[in-house]
Each structure stands twice: as structure tokens, then as C-alpha cells.
Design a protein around this ligand. Structure first.
Ligand SMILES: Cc1cc2nc3c(=O)[nH]c(=O)nc-3n(C[C@H](O)[C@H](O)[C@H](O)COP(=O)(O)OP(=O)(O)OC[C@H]3O[C@@H](n4cnc5c(N)ncnc54)[C@H](O)[C@@H]3O)c2cc1C
Length: 385
């Protein structure tokens, strides 16, 4: 182990990675009275956690642990956001059905435990929540009260600032963690002592525990994102919106038996969307612009070139659902997250005092807070019993 001479301090818990997953662990540890340091190689948040929709999605998450964690995380977001000065931009979700097969999925979902508080509504009722909808193109919609939306690119820095100011969490930025051998953590700026280390590296599969991370079968998933500006100001969208393609991807819908007919029809009618992993999420920002996505391309290393064709496929679905002539693309970006075929997340335990935590399903904003609380609870709460 290479150890630089400078000591950067002694802590109860060191968290590697200042994305939402790392911040969630920092919150859970600080709330238990632990002295926490968060270390990140970047000068400011730059990973998936600021590139996403900020859609804290409960409705549509896989039944069981994922849905439960999303529900719990949305409660934590709702509690923390006002304290951290983070605005909740939208509440709830509206999942619109363009096809009868999609309506069948929504109707079946509503009968599940996850759909208990959701309502099946007409296109006209959906347009009361989301005025820009192309209601003549819709069969019906499902309205859910569970979901939230924050503006990630400002919310994540605000969350970190609040953790530092209100809960005394120390942040070391522009600092790469090179090696971990508790209690010693070797970084590019010096060494840290910590009893417990939580590694939340996002898509960095190589720097720390490369062999253990490789054993989890992870790869990178890259997504295209767009910010659209309506031609003129539009009434606010009360909720985020998803459509038929989302019901083919989100496991809370896609694993229902009724989804088979929908998937078959989507394969016949929207082959390009399926080829590029496109489905529709539309959320609105405070300035009225819409964040629209997304696509999914997988690989060990994904090429940085973002073909315009993929954006066109996303926009085609957008225009089938929204009636906003003259809308223009104001911004485009890509983001990536860790993905695994056989699991939505994992917690690996290289030793008693180290955890590697990775969300491998593009649901970190939705489930991170609950995961952080579980991992920190498992490490510390039993000691107090
Ligand atoms: C375009 C897009 C849209 C998405 N939409 C949603 C959504 O609406 N809802 C949802 O729930 N999820 C969404 N996701 C998924 C979600 O954003 C991720 O699951 C989540 O952000 C992962 O958080 P993280 O903290 O693990 O990773 P990151 O945000 O990538 O953070 C990891 C951090 O670790 C740091 N790091 C890594 N290794 C080291 C090291 N050795 N030393 C120091 N620092 C290190 C990195 O610099 C980075 O800052 C989306 C993702 C993308 C890309």
C-alpha cells in the first residue's frame, strides 16, 4: 500500500463517492452520531446522480425489496428536502396508456398491493394533471401519489452542503481513494483513519476492489437525455409522465402477466425504440423546460458518441404523447450507471469493516436513501442492542 505522509483525519465512517448512494450512507451514519468523511475524486458532483431525471420513482419499481426501498426513500427525500433547501418540483406520477394492452397492464397493476393508492383515470382527467398531453391518443392513465421529483443537478450539491453544515460531515473533494486497508485509507492527498469504510463508486469498477466488482457481473449502461423548451410557456405538469414503453421496462409493470401482450405489440410497432432501450420519462423543471429521456446502451466501455438517431426515437415517443408543436431541444447530455443482468443492487462485504454498495439498475435516486439506512443500520444498530 502506498501511503502519503499527510494525515487527513480520523473518522468513524469513511464513504468513498459523493453521488446519491454515498450521500445516503453519510446521512444514515451522521444521524447515528458518527463522525463521517465523504471522499470524491471529482471537484464537484459529476456522475449519474446529477445527470438523472431526479425522478424518485416508486410506481413501477419491481415488487418486493425494490418497491419497498423506493417507498421508504421517497419518505426520506420528503423529510430531508425542506431541511436541505431542496425544492420538490413535482409530486406523484402519471403513467399513460396509448394502447389497450397498456391499459390492461395499468388495470392489473392497480389491483396489486403497489397500486392500492393509485387511480385509473381518463385521458381528460390525466390532462388535468398534465395539460400538454395528447389526450385523443390515450386510452387511460394511472395516477400515483407516491413519486417525487427534484432537480438533481442542484439537489445533490444542496444535499452535500446540508450534510456538511447541519450534520458536520467532512467532504474531501478532488481526492482519489487508491487503497483501503482499514483503518487506513490511502488517498492522493494523504491518508485517513476510519473504523468503517463504505465504497459507493458508481461506474468506477477498476480503482477499488476491481476483482470483487467484476465478480458481480457489472457493466456500464449509457443513457441519452434531452432538455426541451416548449415554444411558449405551458401550464405546469403536476407529475412526471411515463408511457407504454416504460411499462415494458419497469419491472413492477413488465413482470405482470398482462405485460406479455403489450411487449409483443411494442416489438412489432416500436422496434427501433426497443433496439436502443428507449422509453419515455418526462419531468418538468422550475423554469418550465422539460427533461426528456431516455435510452439504454450497454458495454464494458460505452462509446462517448451520441447518435442523433437515438434522440429522434425518444422525441418520436414524446410527440406521440405530448402535443407541443414548436418545442425545441435546448440541451443534450449522456450519463451512465452500473448495470447487472441478475440484480438491481448489491452490498458486498470484503471484510467486517468494509462494504461495497452499488445500485445496478438505474434506480439509485429512488432507492439510495433506504439502502444507506439498511447498510449503516446493519453495521451499527446491532452494537446497541
Ligand atoms: C441519465 C440517467 C438518468 C437516470 N434517471 C434516474 C431517475 O430518474 N431515478 C433514479 O432513481 N435513478 C436514475 N438514474 C440512476 C441513478 O442516477 C444512479 O443509480 C445513481 O445516481 C447512482 O449513484 P452513485 O452514487 O452510485 O453513483 P455516482 O453518482 O456516479 O457517484 C459515484 C461517485 O464516486 C466517485 N468515485 C468513484 N470511485 C472513486 C474513488 N476511488 N475515489 C474517490 N471517488 C470515487 C465518483 O467520482 C462519483 O462522484 C439515472 C441515471 C442516469 C445516468
Amino acid at each position: 500500500m502506498t501511503t502519503t505522509a499527510l494525515s487527513l483525519g480520523t473518522f468513524d465512517v469513511a464513504v468513498v463517492g459523493a453521488g446519491i448512494v454515498g450521500l445516503a450512507h453519510a446521512l444514515a451514519a451522521a444521524r447515528r452520531g458518527k463522525r463521517v468523511v465523504v471522499i470524491d475524486r471529482d471537484a464537484q458532483a459529476n456522475g449519474a446522480s446529477i445527470r438523472n431525471f431526479g425522478f424518485i420513482t416508486v410506481t413501477g419499481q419491481q415488487a418486493g425489496d425494490c418497491w419497498r426501498r423506493a417507498k421508504r426513500s421517497s419518505e426520506i427525500w420528503a423529510e430531508v428536502a425542506p431541511q436541505a433547501g431542496i425544492a420538490i418540483e413535482q409530486r406523484g406520477a402519471c403513467i399513460v396508456a396509448r394502447r389497450p394492452e397498456a391499459y390492461d397492464v395499468l388495470a392489473a397493476f392497480q389491483q396489486t398491493e403497489m397500486g392500492r393508492d393509485c387511480r385509473l383515470i381518463t385521458p381528460a382527467q390525466a390532462a388535468e394533471h398534465v395539460p400538454a398531453l395528447r389526450r385523443d391518443a390515450l386510452q387511460a392513465a394511472l395516477w400515483s401519489p407516491h413519486d417525487l421529483r427534484v432537480e438533481s443537478r442542484t439537489a445533490i450539491p444542496a444535499l452535500a452542503r446540508w450534510l456538511a453544515e447541519a450534520l458536520d460531515v467532512t467532504f474531501l473533494r478532488s481526492t482519489l481513494v487508491r487503497d483501503i486497508a482499514p483503518p487506513h485509507i490511502d488517498t492522493t492527498r494523504g491518508w485517513i483513519d476510519a473504523d468503517v469504510v463504505i465504497v459507493c463508486p458508481g461506474t468506477d469498477f477498476q480503482t477499488l476492489y476491481a476483482d470483487r466488482i467484476a465478480a458481480q457481473g457489472v457493466r456500464t449502461c449509457q443513457l441519452h437525455m434531452l432538455r426541451l423548451e416548449p415554444a411558449q410557456p405551458i401550464p405546469r405538469l403536476a407529475t412526471p409522465v411515463m408511457s407504454d414503453l416504460s411499462m415494458g421496462r419497469y419491472l413492477g409493470f413488465a413482470e405482470l402477466p398482462q405485460a406479455a401482450a403489450l411487449k409483443q405489440r411494442l416489438a412489432a410497432e416500436q422496434a427501433a425504440a426497443l433496439e436502443h432501450g428507449v422509453h419515455l420519462i418526462v419531468v418538468q423543471s422550475a423554469d418550465g423546460s422539460l427533461v426528456v429521456g431516455d435510452s439504454h446502451h450497454y458495454g464494458e466501455t460505452v462509446a462517448p458518441f451520441a447518435p442523433a438517431l437515438v434522440d429522434d426515437v425518444i422525441l418520436e415517443e414524446f410527440d406521440a404523447v405530448f402535443d407541443l408543436p414548436g418545442r425545441r431541444v435546448r440541451e443534450r447530455w449522456v450519463g451512465s450507471y452500473a448495470s447487472a443482468d441478475d440484480k438491481l443492487m448489491f452490498v458486498d462485504r470484503p471484510s467486517d469493516d468494509v462494504r461495497i454498495v452499488m445500485v445496478t439498475s438505474g434506480t439509485g435516486a429512488s432507492t439510495g436513501f433506504a439502502i444507506g439506512d439498511e447498510v449503516i443500520g446493519e453495521l451499527f444498530d446491532s452494537q446497541n442492542q
